[in-house]
Design a protein around this ligand. Sequence first.
Ligand code: KG4
Ligand code: ZN
Length: 340
Amino acid sequence: MRILGIETSCDETAAAIVEDGRRLCAQALASQVEVHARFGGVVPEVASRRHTEVVTRVTEQAMREAGLEWHQLDAIAVTCGPGLLGALLVGVSAAKGYALATGLPLIGVHHIAGHVAAAFIGTDLRPPVLALVVSGGHTEILRVDEQFRFERLGGTKDDAAGEAYDKVARLLGLRYPGGPKVDALAQRGRPDAFAFPRSMLDEDNFDFSFSGLKTAVWHELERCRRSGETVAVEDVCASFQQAVIDVLVEKTARAVAATGLRTVVLAGGVAANQGLRRALAARAEADGFRVQAPPLALCTDNGAMIAAAAYFAWSRGQRADLTLNAHAVLSLEDWQAGRV
Ligand code: KG4
Ligand code: ZN
């Protein structure tokens, strides 16, 4: 089954064709990162306008690179939430237009389900698995059952992991999106230079909190500024990153122990983090579980993850029609119950 996936929930306009949720035929992507970088973050209205300008070009580029005609597709999938409402609406409208014009069936995809599905592309991995989703908007531990249905075990109470990265990067004067820059600087710093908090580690749940960590970094920078101490940016990055990683890895390992699931899918933009990938792999080795993370290009937002998730959702009977709507806020429960 060949599915075209379209993704416009934030600042990437992306499209891809994936076969049976596993084989990537082609993908195209227009990133808006440069457009938003000068504002220090994503500007929703600018994002929507840019998606409108490029969504058909990106989609048609993916089709051309796959060497496919429309009648060779089996369905069209699109991210229907959560995300920026105006941005989502552009993708949903484009997908509906293509579905109407071609007569192909339509599938609405939850963005987080997409991130998790990215880890299945090019593999023979089968659910059930545990998923740690760490992105700019989400930090969640999920149980994924045989039918690719999700149960949320825990998640962040405030900032998402990627959001914490971006905010700390901003405190350090690094350009948006700061995650990859903090990651690179952290490789050269001392992770024990600053004792930043590991929030909620003493709590017996699978929840996280990262806003206190961000504030602790701010206080430390302020203290250094007032006392005239020079700050080694690499050390701040390494210590901050270690605090994030310690909590993510420990809570994930506890979820493995609690559920008995032996495979962890690491997904979302922060799954591109080199320190996190290494630390989780080391813990997996020690505790005897397996980690599956998508290749770096499929960690951040892309169309392939939407096409892959659509295949799994389709396989358990999920369909949409031309009444499909975009939802800025959308739970996995509502999505998999078809309330879109
Ligand atoms: O999944 P994604 O593309 O968009 C959302 O769904 O939010 O994730 C983007 C987030 C940004 O916060 C970005 O700073 C972060 O992922 N990110 C990273 C790295 N690469 C991207 N954070 C830490 N280390 C990285 N290497
Ligand atoms: Zn995302």
